[in-house]
Design a protein around this ligand. Structure first.
Ligand code: PBG
Length: 326
């Protein structure tokens, strides 16, 4: 035999053959759909910077969440835009805050849908930073106390999982203690453990009206150049009581997802962020690529890298597509 016995193409010959030997599959069970809730009534407004995404009010978000659940998606991730912002972001833990009302509404109508809440002050502070400011700087420990109040308030309203995204040191510990002390020891924390200071958040800042009024987030979010440091961040969060750890953004950080998968045994979430989403959307809108195929390739790649949970603005589209993905 002059030719190698092995021919890799044998197992690629048909769609069924490819399905048979597929190593990675995306399931609707993996998906989390982010939703934005703002103060008001009867609102369903397209978000200009994020094609296909909307701002809802606490009343209209209930039907949207029900639709998400009807597609088989197990969870939504809530972001809030309060009517009023102040220096410390006090609407973040208000009993009748916009997120708290949305949680109650969704849980009442769609109790089986998991409600995950973003725990971060940037959408609630008038300066747009993720913590309280002292002498022009974000002050770590007092911020942790407020984040714990916020997480507790979400949980009291009925949230199933709290997801701190601020990147303060020690916040998982503060939140875990607050939950334990108040009888919520069974509420998981999904920590944005390795969250990078990233230009890929551009469209989201617009959607969440949370751009910092001065400076940037580089004193708390991670430097894109570092990978070992991400392992240290994740290890700390697990030690402090995180149940699920997240890598964010996802696409430009697949090495981090992969390394985390090798090293840690807890579920790993990948956040396919707004800038990554809009790259796919814009390319397709310009007629340069096929949106569905690109979306599925991105999501599959994140799973192949080692992610268990995919947080994506494509969740609804993906849930629909998943039935016919070849
Ligand atoms: C809040 C937060 C951000 C995102 C999620 N939570 C923005 C930021 O850190 O500036 C980004 C999500 C996205 O881009 O899709 N801290």
């Amino acid at each position: 035999m002059g030719f190698p016995k092995t021919r890799m193409r044998r197992l690629r010959g048909s769609a069924s053959m490819r399905r048979l030997v597929r190593e990675t599959t995306v399931s609707v069970d993996d998906l989390v759909y982010p939703l934005f809730v703002r103060e008001g009534e009867g609102i369903k407004e397209p978000i200009k910077s994020m094609d296909g995404c909307f701002h809802f009010s606490p009343d209209t978000i209930v039907a949207e969440a029900a639709e998400v659940a009807s597609l088989g998606i197990p969870a939504v991730l809530l972001f809030g835009l309060p009517g009023e912002k102040d220096e410390i972001g006090s609407q973040a833990w208000a009993e009748n805050g916009v997120v708290q009302r949305a949680i109650r509404g969704i849980k009442k109508e769609t109790p089986d849908l998991l409600v995950v809440t973003d725990v971060c002050l940037c959408e609630f502070t008038d300066h747009g930073h993720c913590g309280v400011i002292k002498d022009g700087k974000v002050d770590n420990d007092p911020t942790c106390e407020l984040l714990a109040k916020m997480a507790l308030s979400h949980t009291q309203a009925g949230a199933d999982i709290v997801a701190p995204s601020d990147m303060m040191d020690g916040r998982v510990k503060y939140i875990r203690e607050a939950l334990e002390e108040n009888g919520f020891e069974n509420i998981p924390i999904m920590s944005y453990a390795a969250k990078y200071a990233s230009a890929f958040y551009g469209p989201f800042r617009d959607a969440a009206e949370s751009a910092p009024a001065f400076g940037d987030r580089r004193t708390y979010q991670m430097d894109a150049c570092n990978a070992d440091e991400a392992m240290a961040e994740i290890a700390l969060d697990i030690e402090e009581g995180a149940d699920i750890v997240m890598v964010k953004p996802a696409l430009a950080y697949m090495d981090i997802i992969y390394r985390a998968r090798q090293r840690f045994d807890c579920p790993i979430a990948a956040y396919n962020v707004s800038g990554e989403y809009m790259m796919v959307k814009s390319s397709a809108a310009a007629g340069l690529s096929d949106e569905e195929a690109t979306m599925m390739e991105v999501l599959t790649s994140l799973k192949r890298a080692g992610a268990d949970i995919l947080i994506t603005y494509f969740a609804k589209d993906a849930a629909i597509q998943l039935c016919n993905y070849k």
